[in-house]
Design a protein around this ligand. Structure first.
Ligand SMILES: Nc1ncnc2c1ncn2[C@@H]1O[C@H](COP(=O)(O)OP(=O)(O)OP(=O)(O)O)[C@@H](O)[C@H]1O
Length: 309
């Protein structure tokens, strides 16, 4: 079986410099895949090529085995795109615009009305269908942008910073909608908001300096960095010097509520040694757990370890 989306050895050169080099990744399942990378990493270039709005210098993109280079029209009928600036015609009503988007996707005339009704319903904007787009709020405009991206039921949807510029309530609504549309298609979501990616994505592709530096599950991304701190709660808290006496402990910080944070060099049995010692010394240990690093730390680490070509 073919992957839903396959990106193979994708390279692109603007004038004399390579923006991306040998990008490879696959999406094999429905759901959200987060596309991460610093500014200028090559995300937009990659997304534009996948959407067929930019012709790559080298490599291939295919959807369910359909190669863009070999059959661009059939390929493009399988993809929906919401760029950073939603391509809206402000003087159209929502319905007129969605009908127009359906025509651009070469949908059959008789299928258009039903498709428009369906996406209006799906994006909860049926009551706005006769409103001019210029009179809609940012949140509703973004819904129209998402509606046009899914009007022809594409297998793959690309969303570039879809919640950028929305207010907190609109962001919550937009994320809910993204989750819904990803139930039956693959969604590639580019976002600088790591908490958003953490909430929505089950897989991550990260690009830096035009190359893939990570491609795996969200869990694998979050577990790249070995934890190096733990928090312990002890009702009879020992002094910092007693904790510093353990091998591998580098630093100790006393916290409120009988807690302390312990920095340590990676090892397997420090927690176990502390538990044993606590029992021996009656420190009355009630909790101990390692603190995993956040997405920000992993992102920083992967960005800084990438090499410029
Ligand atoms: N039309 C262009 N002409 C020349 N160079 C370009 C062009 N578009 C992008 N680049 C360069 O290609 C590289 C990748 O840019 P790209 O826009 O794909 O990155 P990005 O990850 O989308 O960044 P951002 O997060 O800032 O949108 C950058 O060095 C950029 O300056």
């Amino acid at each position: 079986m073919h992957p839903i989306l396959k990106v193979e050895n994708l390279s692109h050169k603007y004038a004399s410099s390579w923006a991306i080099r040998e990008i490879n990744f696959e999406i094999n399942d429905t759901g959200v895949v987060g596309l991460l990378g610093s500014n200028g990493a090559g995300k937009s270039t990659t997304m534009n090529i996948i959407c067929g709005t930019l012709l790559q210098t080298e490599g291939n993109v295919s959807i369910n085995g359909l190669k863009m280079k070999e059959d661009p029209i059939a390929y493009k009928q399988q993809i929906g795109f919401l760029p950073q600036q939603a391509p809206l015609y402000l003087d159209f009503t929502v319905q007129e615009y969605l009908e127009y988007a359906a025509q651009l996707r070469l949908m059959e005339k008789r299928a258009i009305k039903g498709a428009v009704d369906e996406v209006l319903e799906k994006t909860s904007i049926t009551h706005m269908r006769n409103r001019l787009i210029k009179n809609l709020s940012g949140g509703y405009r973004q819904r129209v942008g998402i509606a046009q991206a899914i009007i022809n039921k594409p297998k793959v949807v690309i969303l570039d910073e879809p919640t950028n510029g929305l207010d907190p309530n609109q962001i919550i609504e937009a994320r809910k909608l993204i989750k819904e549309i990803a139930q039956d298609r693959a969604v590639l979501l580019s976002s600088h908001v790591l908490s958003e990616v953490n909430l929505l994505a089950k897989e991550i592709v990260m690009i830096e300096s035009g190359q893939v530096v990570f491609s795996d599950t969200l869990d694998a991304f979050n577990n790249i960095l070995q934890p190096n701190t733990m928090v312990a709660r002890m009702l009879h808290m020992p002094g910092a010097d007693e904790l510093l006496a353990f091998a591998d402990v580098q630093k100790v910080e006393m916290l409120p509520d009988h807690k302390c944070r312990i920095w340590f060099q990676p090892n397997d049995d420090l927690a176990e040694r502390i538990v044993r010692k606590s029992a021996e010394m009656n420190w009355r240990l009630t909790a101990i757990h390692t603190e995993s690093s956040g997405m920000d730390d992993v992102f920083k680490q992967l960005s800084s370890s990438s090499t410029l070509q």
